[in-house]
Design a protein around this ligand. Sequence first.
Ligand SMILES: Nc1ncnc2c1ncn2[C@@H]1O[C@H](COP(=O)(O)OP(=O)(O)OP(=O)(O)O)[C@@H](O)[C@H]1O
Ligand SMILES: NC(=O)c1ccc[n+]([C@@H]2O[C@H](COP(=O)(O)O)[C@@H](O)[C@H]2O)c1
Length: 164
Amino acid sequence: MNGLLIGRFQPFHLGHLEALQFALSKVDKLWVGLGSSNKPVEKENPFTAEQRKEMILSSIDDSMKEKISIYFIPDVDNHIRWIEKIDTIVPKFDIIFSNDDLTKHLYSKRNIQVLAIPFLNRESLSGTNIRDLIIRDQKWDDLVPNGTRNFLEKTNAKQHLKNL
Ligand SMILES: Nc1ncnc2c1ncn2[C@@H]1O[C@H](COP(=O)(O)OP(=O)(O)OP(=O)(O)O)[C@@H](O)[C@H]1O
Ligand SMILES: NC(=O)c1ccc[n+]([C@@H]2O[C@H](COP(=O)(O)O)[C@@H](O)[C@H]2O)c1
């Protein structure tokens, strides 16, 4: 069985890692969709799709890499066209992993199971919170995997975020 999990991963954090592990406990192959791949870099979307892919690949081990493929999913002005667009980008899948009501609704008319993802420590583990901690010079590095931490440090993400 194949599954799809779409997220923004701005940046890829330990909650996202847990979400991928949860999804992989249900499917053999997981397509990870990097949402808003066509959005310009801005405060809420500070990292490009290529950079988010780098964070994910440097944060997961080889056995996970074998089961995951990453795809770029652009935003589209119409939701129906968005899921049609996804069909042209990712291979067939049986399950979509999402906590988003709109995504659940969009796929409810198809023969695709929608599974909710259990949240891990959601108060701390959200992209919004981590971006905010980085900007405010607060401790954030224990909320992300090593791959993401190294990426954010080497690219001087603090300054980048402050400049947006
Ligand atoms: N703490 C968490 N534990 C488990 N799953 C999570 C957690 N945070 C996000 N997810 C899931 O990961 C997927 C991608 O989420 P997304 O990229 O929107 O992250 P986010 O941290 O909520 O982002 P932001 O705060 O920037 O909106 C979604 O399915 C979301 O439900
Ligand atoms: N019409 C659209 O382009 C459309 C609809 C729903 C979600 N998305 C994208 O999917 C990604 C994940 O969204 P949620 O965090 O709302 O599940 C985001 O990048 C979001 O922009 C796009």
